[in-house]
Design a protein around this ligand. Structure first.
Ligand code: PHE
Length: 438
């Protein structure tokens, strides 16, 4: 068996975890979901969930990974006994399920990137519709999906330090820089204010009780933070004691949330500024990003083309740093459980994930359905993790955090939240989600 690696530095871990968190979910999902009607209510519920519910669960996942030093499949069993085996299985199933459709979306992004680069942008809606159907249908979809999975596998094959950590260190600062630049550029557009108002600030009190808004906010919070799926367990199993986990959890969620909001500040002004694209927004879920945006940008000529290339390149890289974290879950699990070599585990998982992604590649409706159910699995995972770490693994939990010098008050707060607040809150989100989906 290969020796277990660890992170080169504290920031390597934080950036890799933030890299997992920041992805298509922020750059496209957040804006899309906020525009589904929830507006400001969605944003507020989302922020509340992140800071009240998700941060304690994030810390719990970190402790589970670091204190056991095991992969997500095995960590719950090592921490609390074999009756927790189903949680490990849920992690593996959910991460393969998410990566199966995530790779398809990455493929569309890659395709849009190349299209914008080589052929320019669509000039009107008809051209835009042709553009998206050439991106989301036919053989180019499989090509994009395969290329994305292949790149993901290549990074994971280089290991923790030389693959995952290195990519995160290079790409994350670049990504933050480009997101900020694009948000500033968007703010100068004529429709900037009405864009913010229409989507992010749209106020409707009844949305607070709308099961759909609640489902979208819960799902988005967990999806965006890569929570409830064992990714943080996997990444934390390569940690040593130097990291003060609560602090890292704040960093990761702060970075992730900022990128989500900045992404909204990029897309909404563009959509509001170009009247010809307004009519497509609110239609099929791919339209906002893959039709409205390139079409709007086309009216700016070369500037628009450059922005589009930058934006879709950025989304792809953000997707890649998330996809590698998804692949690391089943890969590290196979290595730990069966003593596979890294490369054998990677080949097996990548092939399997490609196959289960075929239905999503063939139909964007199926893709949407798979994504909705996966959000529910994340909530279920988060619920079980808070019960496990709040009620069953309490000694190890305290010891692990105490050993890394974290503040006593923060520790007490986290434990209280994990016991009394997270389980009922997540259960509520889970029930609302199931009601809404049915
Ligand atoms: N957090 C990633 C994003 O926002 C997606 C993801 C979800 C990655 C779940 C890992 C686990 O795009």
């Amino acid at each position: 068996m290969e020796a277990r690696e660890n992170w080169r530095s504290r920031w390597g871990f934080v950036l890799a975890a933030a890299g997992s968190a920041v992805g298509l979910g922020n750059l496209w999902g957040f804006a899309y979901k906020a525009s589904q009607g929830g507006g400001a209510a969605f944003l507020m519920i989302y922020l509340l969930i992140v800071f009240i519910v998700c941060i304690p669960v994030l810390i719990a996942e970190m402790v589970l990974g670091r204190s056991t030093g095991k992969s997500p499949l095995i960590a719950p069993v090592v921490a609390a006994g074999s009756q927790w085996r189903p949680l490990g299985l849920l992690f593996v199933v959910a991460s393969c399920g998410i990566l199966s459709f995530y790779a398809v979306l990455m493929g569309w992004t890659l395709d849009t990137f190349f299209h914008s680069f080589f052929f320019g942008l669509p000039n009107n809606l008809d051209e835009a519709k042709l553009f998206i159907s050439s991106v989301s249908k036919g053989s180019s979809v499989f090509l994009g999906q395969l290329a994305s999975l292949f790149l993901t596998a290549a990074v994971v094959a280089s290991g923790i330090r030389n693959g995952i950590e290195k990519l995160a260190r290079w790409s994350m600062p670049f990504l933050f820089g480009v997101v900020i630049l694009l948000a500033i550029w968007s703010a100068t557009l004529p429709g900037a204010i009405s864009g913010y108002q229409e989507f992010l600030l749209k106020w409707d009190t009844s949305e607070f009780l709308n099961p759909e808004t609640i489902r979208l906010a819960f799902g988005q919070a967990f999806f965006s933070l890569s929570l409830g799926i064992g990714i943080i367990v996997a990444y934390s199993s390569y940690l040593n004691r130097n990291n003060q986990l609560p602090k890292e959890a704040f960093w990761i969620s702060g970075l992730d949330t900022s990128v989500g909001i900045l992404a909204g500040m990029i897309t909404f002004p563009i959509i509001a500024s170009f009247p010809q694209v307004k009519e497509v927004v609110g239609g099929d879920f791919v339209d906002t990003l893959f039709v409205a945006l390139p079409t709007g940008l086309s009216s700016l000529g070369l500037t628009g083309q450059i922005i589009s290339v930058l934006f879709f390149g950025l989304i792809f890289i953000a997707g890649l740093t998330s996809a590698i974290s998804l692949l690391e879950v089943p890969v590290s699990s196979l290595i730990d459980q069966f003593g596979f070599t890294r490369s054998k585990a990677i080949s097996l998982c990548t092939a399997l994930i490609f196959i289960i992604g075929i239905p999503s590649a063939l139909s964007s409706k199926t893709l949407g359905t798979v994504a909705t159910y996966m959000d529910i699995l994340l909530l279920l995972g988060g619920f079980v993790i808070s019960i496990l770490m709040g009620w069953f693994v309490t000694r190890k939990f305290d010891e692990d955090l105490a050993n890394s010098n974290s503040n006593l008050r923060v520790r007490k707060y986290t434990k209280f939240m994990l016991r009394w607040v997270c389980p009922p809150a997540i259960a509520f989100g889970l029930i609302m989600s199931i009601i809404d989906v049915l």
